[in-house]
Design a protein around this ligand. Sequence first.
Ligand SMILES: CCCSc1c(F)c(F)c(S(=O)(=O)NC)c(F)c1F
Ligand SMILES: [Zn+2]
Length: 261
Amino acid sequence: GLQRAPCRYADLHPLWQSELSVSGGTRQSPINIQWRDSVYDPHLKPLKIHYDPTTCLYIWNNGYSFQVEFDDSADKSVIMGGPLENHYRLKQFHFHWGAINEWGSEHMVDSKVYPAELHLVHWNPVTSTSFEEAIMENNGLVVIGVFLKLGAHHAGLQKLVDALPAVKHKDTIVEFDVFDPSCLMPSCPDYWTYDGSLTTPPLTESVTWIIKKTPIEVDQNQLEEFRMLLFTSAGEEEKRMVDNFRPLQPLMNRTVRSSFR
Ligand SMILES: CCCSc1c(F)c(F)c(S(=O)(=O)NC)c(F)c1F
Ligand SMILES: [Zn+2]
C-alpha cells in the first residue's frame, strides 16, 4: 500500500522530493510528456469549465506555494466533460515556479520546461464526501495544469500578484474575493490527460491530470513577484520561495492521451 509521506512539507527543503518516494508508486507525477508517444483519443470531449467568481475565499502562503481557496460546499465552480465521468468541484489553485526563467514547471513537454505551472485542484463530490477524503480516493481529484511562459503582461494574473506582498511569510492569509480563474486558462482547448498523483505530500495516486497544451503568457515582473515570497515564517531567517517543483517521475506503464491530432 501507499506509505503516507510526511505531510509537513514546510519542514522539508525543496530538495526533499528526490529522496521522498511513495513506496510502490506506479503512477507518480510529474512526468515528461513525449508528444509523439501520446495517443489521440477521439472519445475525449471538450473540457467544460464553469467557475463562479464569488466562490473565491482567500489567498494564503502554506510554506510551499501560495494558494487561492474556494468555497466548495456546493456545485458552483465545477469542471466536467474532457476525460471525466462526472463533474468535479474547484477547491484551490496554486503555482510551482523556479528561481530563474530556465526552469520551474513540474511537467515538461518533449523535455521543454517552463518557468512556472498553474495547478487548479478539483475533487469528485459524487464518489467522496469531502476534499480530504477525495485525496485518498482513486481518481478522487482532477488537476488542470497550465504552463506559464515569459511574454506579455497578464492583466488577470496581476490582481493575484498585487495581493502577494500580504502573504509574503508562511502561514499568512489575506482576503481575496471575486476572482475568476477562467482568466488564467488559454483559449486553445487542446490538452493531454493521464493518471498520476499529487506532487506534494501525501503524493497519493488519486489525480486525473489534464495538462493544457498552450501556455499562458506572463511578464518578468509578475514572475519576480512569485520569487519574492518566502518559505519561512515571520521572524525566521528568510528563505525565498523558489524551485517548489518536484523532479520528473517515471512514466512506467502509462499512456498519455491527447484531445487533439
Ligand atoms: C494535502 C493536499 C492539500 S491541497 C493540494 C496541494 F496543496 C498541492 F500542492 C497539490 S500538488 O500536488 O502540489 N499539485 C497538484 C495538490 F495536488 C493538492 F491537492
Ligand atoms: Zn501543484
